[in-house]
Design a protein around this ligand. Structure first.
Ligand code: KIV
Length: 249
């Protein structure tokens, strides 16, 4: 499964054809809004970005991340907020990070008609408890915990499980032991698919995670284009259209 994040209509339009699934990730908080992590992202932000992505996407499945604080309180809270997302955006599913208490909520949602994707391993919304974004499954205890969470997530009815920041052996073990497809991010090719933050592989930032191959240099291209534009304006080179525009009145 080919999956990428998308947060805006034009990006969704460009990515749609190549992707099976577009995720309106809460990484939008860091990637587009300059937040230090995803904790500050709100449900209203997710809905606004998801509406934009739905306008740009035609064939890929669109899944929307439930942000921190919108689903952990109770299954009822999760259901009310998930219904808002589904009704107000028209997206085909939601994603939740599957900590120890969340599989019960996933079961509650899926049994009431909400398609849910889980997310195990490194869970970015847990960053304040963990102190940093840390790879998971390095110790035997952690390995067992991640495996148990993946199994519980799939057993609760998740249609797919994102597996983030785990070593290949654990990714392989999860993929072999659950029925739902696994979608890795920093989790080796041992998963059924991969998801990345589109801006990372397109080179929008001067930094990207080690596991990301950069397929483009958007940062360099934008910088060069804007410098050229600035040079043109300062030299009063207003290319062609200006004359046509003013001639039209
Ligand atoms: O928010 C996000 O972008 C994610 C990923 C899996 C990339 O959760």
């Amino acid at each position: 499964m080919v999956c990428l994040t998308a947060y805006t209509a034009p990006m969704a339009e460009i990515l749609d054809e190549a992707c099976d699934l577009l995720l309106v990730g809460d990484s939008v908080g860091m990637v587009l809004h300059g937040m230090p992590n995803t904790v500050g992202v709100t449900l209203d932000m997710m809905i606004l970005h998801a509406q934009a992505v739905m306008r740009g996407s035609t064939t890929a499945m669109v899944v929307v991340d439930m942000p921190f604080g919108s689903y952990e309180g109770s299954p009822e809270q999760a259901y009310a907020n998930a219904c808002r997302v589904m009704k107000e955006t028209g997206a085909q599913g939601i994603k939740v990070e599957s900590g120890p208490t969340v599989p019960d909520t996933i079961a509650y949602l899926t049994s009431r008609g909400v398609p849910v994707m889980g997310h195990v391993g490194l869970r970015p919304q847990a960053v304040l408890m963990e102190g940093a974004f840390k790879a998971k499954g390095r110790t035997e205890l952690e390995r067992e915990r991640v495996l148990a969470e993946a199994r519980a997530t799939a057993d609760a009815g998740a249609f797919a499980v994102v597996v983030e920041g785990v070593a290949e052996a654990l990714a392989r073990e999860i993929t072999a032991s659950i029925s739902a497809p696994t979608i890795g991010i920093g989790a080796s090719p041992a998963c059924d698919g991969q998801i990345l933050v589109a801006e990372d592989l397109l080179g929008l930032f001067d930094w990207s995670p080690k596991f990301v191959r950069r397929y483009a240099d958007l940062r360099g291209d934008i910088g060069r284009a804007v410098k050229q534009y600035a040079d043109d304006v300062r030299a009063r080179r207003f290319p062609g259209e200006a004359e046509t525009y003013f001639a039209k009145g």
